[in-house]
Design a binder for this molecule. Structure first.
Ligand SMILES: CC(C)(COP(=O)(O)OP(=O)(O)OC[C@H]1O[C@@H](n2cnc3c(N)ncnc32)[C@H](O)[C@@H]1OP(=O)(O)O)[C@@H](O)C(=O)NCCC(=O)NCCS
Length: 293
């Protein structure tokens, strides 16, 4: 067990002044230096919009670990929880307890903020072991699918009620039925912020408030993943989810894009695969881990 007194590093809240050293950590850690201070600053902008926080582990002036987490307030069954979005420890400083210390501090902040649970989707067995060590357990299995779209027909009876953007927060009242991996505020803030600053590739991001008879929902395309929000009472309504998914797939195809990704609960995977004109090209399992705070 790591004790605070024995640590050769400190864990603290990051500020924008850390952007250079966070970028440096990524550049040193990965053979291909892909992170820049400018990109880290944009990430701070996105986390501000998503009300997320950044912690760093530092040895003197050197950043050796970095964790981004986001609080989310959603209707049941998800409720109020904090979610780890990014966790990275410098390659030269691993197995010293830095990852654990960052996650424990993030959990502590979420507990003090009154959140009920702490969650993440681990990237691989290493981080899964870390999250298990701090008490998190796998509570849901879902599928990440890559889908090819060909001649998806329009859906009868689904009408567009309006376009949504950065200021709307559909996850606070609706259920994030498809697309749930990290809390929805992150992909939403990230996609619409990047679109608003004119970043190439984000022109086609959209969120449509739609309705079919008295059923309402939101279809959101974040440039890669399709997300569907439905009324909580319709969270497992295959007919509604199928119609809304078909609407989204049709819109994406209209933009001349022939593929899309989805993260879908295992129980709903066949609903997505059954949409006409949608073909699965790849798929793998993801595991949601959680602990009560
Ligand atoms: C995963 C990662 C954050 C772990 O950071 P770390 O500071 O080395 O982790 P810790 O020292 O706190 O290790 C805690 C526990 O995690 C597990 N763990 C960490 N690295 C491991 C590895 N390479 N192999 C197996 N288990 C590992 C162990 O159970 C370890 O406890 P132990 O050292 O007592 O055996 C780091 O390897 C990393 O940055 N990886 C690349 C990015 C990544 O995968 N991020 C996670 C996204 S969800």
């Amino acid at each position: 067990m790591t004790t605070r007194a024995a640590r050769p590093f400190e864990v603290r809240q990051a500020t924008r002044k850390d952007a250079e050293t966070i970028a440096k950590m990524f550049q040193e850690s990965w053979p291909i230096a892909w992170e820049t201070a400018e990109k880290v600053r944009m990430q701070f902008d996105i986390l501000d919009l998503a009300q997320g926080q950044v912690l760093v582990a530092a040895i003197g002036d050197k950043v050796v670990g970095h964790c981004e987490f986001i609080p989310s307030m959603e209707p049941p069954p998800y409720g109020n929880y904090g979610c780890v979005e990014v966790l990275e420890v410098h390659r030269g400083y691993r197995r010293m307890g830095i990852g654990t210390a960052l996650v424990e501090q993030a959990m502590d902040i979420c507990r003090k903020a009154g959140l009920e649970r702490f969650e993440t989707v681990p990237q691989d067995e290493r981080s899964e072991a870390l999250y298990a060590k701090v008490g998190m357990r796998t509570i849901e299995r879902f599928l990440s699918l890559s889908l090819a779209l060909r001649e998806v027909p329009p859906v009868n009876g689904v009408v567009l009620k309006g376009e949504l953007g950065l200021k709307e927060r559909p996850w606070e009242t609706m259920h994030h039925a498809i697309g749930h991996r990290f809390c929805a505020s992150y992909p939403w803030s990230s996609a619409f912020h990047r679109k608003s600053v004119g970043l190439k590739g984000y022109e086609n991001v959209f969120a449509h408030h739609i309705a079919r008879r008295e059923t309402e929902g939101v279809v959101f395309f974040d440039r890669a993943y399709l997300h569907i929000f439905v009324q909580p009472q319709e969270m497992m309504d295959e007919d509604v989810i199928c119609a809304f998914f078909q609407y989204g797939a049709f819109q994406i195809l209209k933009q001349k894009r022939a593929s899309v990704y989805v993260n879908v609960p295992f129980a709903l995977a066949d609903v997505v695969r059954a949409v006409p004109g949608v073909f699965q090209s790849e798929g793998h399992f993801l595991y949601r881990m959680s602990t009560d705070l």
